[in-house]
Design a protein around this ligand. Structure first.
Ligand SMILES: NC(=O)c1ccc[n+]([C@@H]2O[C@H](COP(=O)([O-])OP(=O)(O)OC[C@H]3O[C@@H](n4cnc5c(N)ncnc54)[C@H](O)[C@@H]3O)[C@@H](O)[C@H]2O)c1
Length: 501
């Protein structure tokens, strides 16, 4: 194989659609001679013209200089015949997401290129090994999974299929770097890394709405304000499109032999069946007009109740006491009618009342697992006295914080969601999908997560994270919430969650 650092290293991009154009653009901007081929006559030239316009816009915006733009454009060569790819060193395929089309293409490519030429697919969902099985030399076949829009998304997943050689993975990693991307090495498993890792955020959000724990607007606000995600799971689903993320969820769930951890909820399929795909159709979890959300429902608890002048604690809790003191909540002895506060980890309000003996009608649980400076999540048991909850909420809103009041849920919203994301990250580490550091890096770059899944486990503390999952598992009785062995072992041994096996 030719070293990727060679000055004349030549890449071919096959398929000049949305992704192929993006891949060819970063390739030429990385200084690589790049052939662009499309089966549609004139498609490659049209694609090259689009790339040229995008490069010109980068010059206008002052992002790149004239010389760099000229050499990038000179490096881009549209071709109309596959035979023109004979001398290239690597092919990145970005044709239709159809197995038969890709299988046929790889067979034809092998007849044209040299034995040393790497063949990489940008497929989002087809196993690389199943594409490679049609090839003579399977060791040079791998995945190179870019994200849309390619020039803005730095991550590229280099997918190692069962017969891919180390040399091929190393070369594609170098190639990704030359294309100014950040490559991570990933095993050939359903959804690869980012699309699999993203299942927890959407499916647990859907699950909580399905259980009527909270509304989409409430869950989004909690994840933004208290866990610093740039977007909540529902606005993110509406942006990606439910026509994309429901089928993706189903494929990945089935690919993992129906692991309940990544099972989506019935409301996801119902939304898909209704044709409300999100922004692109004007409605999904929210309503849109010209890409803007219309009349977004408020996530805030509103009541005209007077603030409680006294609150008691359900059990001794230094963190809760410190929180009350810091924000000036009046805490004292139970007078028999005041709100009783608790800050459980993993328990719902019902089990907190059972455990502490507190009067469940006056018990108000507060989530202290996350940032409470802007928004505080409170939770009550069924049958709780809403006037007591409202008096506690009013005391919190008087400190300048918004309150989101949810229905009873083991782990509130933020704990439950964070623990599920962390557990799925630990699962990906356990099955050696990628290294713990690469899992974190990929999820931050690919989905804008503020912390990677294992970093989230570290932030919660592995023991706490395990406690949340254990309680979720025990209370719901569902395998969905079973902690991974990866997390359990590290939590029990008191080890950092990134500790390798
Ligand atoms: N769009 C995304 O967000 C995204 C993200 C990651 C990966 N992907 C994957 O990238 C691939 C391409 O997706 P896209 O959105 O760019 O599709 P697209 O429909 O925009 O482009 C596909 C292009 O491939 C060409 N083509 C089809 N068959 C061909 C063949 N046999 N030989 C040469 N050219 C052929 C078509 O003419 C078309 O120009 C798919 O495998 C998709 O799953 C897409």
């Amino acid at each position: 194989m030719k070293p990727v650092s060679a000055a004349d290293y030549t890449v071919a991009v096959v398929g000049a659609g949305a992704m192929g154009q993006g891949i060819a653009q970063v390739s030429v901007q990385g200084g690589l001679k790049t052939l662009l081929f499309d089966a549609r006559p004139g498609g490659a030239a049209e694609g090259a013209a689009q790339i040229g316009k995008r490069i010109d816009r980068l010059v206008e915006k002052g992002r790149i200089g004239d010389d760099d733009a000229s050499s990038a454009k000179a490096n881009l060569i549209p071709v109309d015949d596959m035979s023109a790819l004979a001398d290239c060193d690597a092919v990145v395929e970005a044709v239709f997401e159809n197995y038969d089309v890709k299988a046929e293409l790889f067979k034809n490519l092998e007849a044209v290129v040299s034995k040393d030429c790497i063949l990489a697919s940008n497929t989002s969902s087809i196993p690389i090994s199943s594409i490679a099985r049609n090839c003579e030399n399977r060791d040079r076949v791998a995945g190179m999974h870019f994200f849309n829009p390619v020039p803005l998304m730095k991550l590229v997943e280099v997918i190692r299929a069962s017969e891919t050689s180390d040399e091929t993975v190393a070369a594609l990693t170098e190639l990704g770097k030359r294309m100014t991307r950040v490559p991570v090495s990933v095993a050939d498993m359903p959804g690869f890394l980012v699309n699999m890792g993203g299942r927890a955020y959407s499916s647990e959000g859907l699950r909580m709405v399905h259980e009527a724990v909270a509304t989409p607007a409430q869950i989004d606000a909690i994840m933004r304000d208290c866990r610093h995600f740039r977007m909540g799971p529902f606005e993110l689903m509406d942006l990606t499109g439910i026509d994309i993320n429901f089928p993706a969820s189903t494929i990945i769930y089935n690919g993992y032999m129906q692991d309940p951890r990544i099972k989506t909820a019935p409301n996801h399929e119902a939304m898909y069946n209704s044709g409300q795909f999100g922004r692109k159709t004007g409605s999904g979890w929210f309503k849109y007009d010209g890409g803007k959300v219309v009349d977004p429902p408020s996530p805030d608890h509103v009541s005209d109740a007077a603030a409680a002048s006294r609150m008691a604690l359900a059990e001794p809790d230094e963190t809760l006491e410190a929180f009350c003191k810091e924000i000036g909540l009046p805490v004292g002895d139970d007078d028999g009618s005041c709100p009783i506060l608790a800050a459980p980890f993993g328990d719902d309000a019902t089990h907190t009342a059972m455990r502490t003996g507190a009067d469940f009608k006056r018990l108000v649980c507060v989530d202290l697992s996350c940032d409470t400076s802007k928004r505080v999540t409170i939770m009550t048991a069924p049958g709780a006295d809403s006037s007591v909850r409202d008096a506690a909420a009013a005391a919190i809103t008087a400190t300048g914080r918004a309150v989101t009041a949810i229905k009873d849920s083991p782990g509130f919203v933020a704990q439950r969601m964070s623990a599920m994301i962390a557990n799925l990250g630990c699962y990906m580490a356990e099955v050696a999908l990628a290294t713990p550091d690469d899992i974190d890096l990929a999820m931050k770059l690919g989905l804008n997560y503020p912390l990677g899944p294992l970093e989230l486990a570290a932030d919660l503390e592995p023991r706490r994270c395990l406690q949340i999952l254990d309680r979720l598992h025990a209370i719901t009785g569902e395998d969905r919430y079973r902690p991974t062995m990866w997390l359990k072992r590290r939590a029990l041994l008191g080890l950092p969650v990134h500790t390798p096996s």
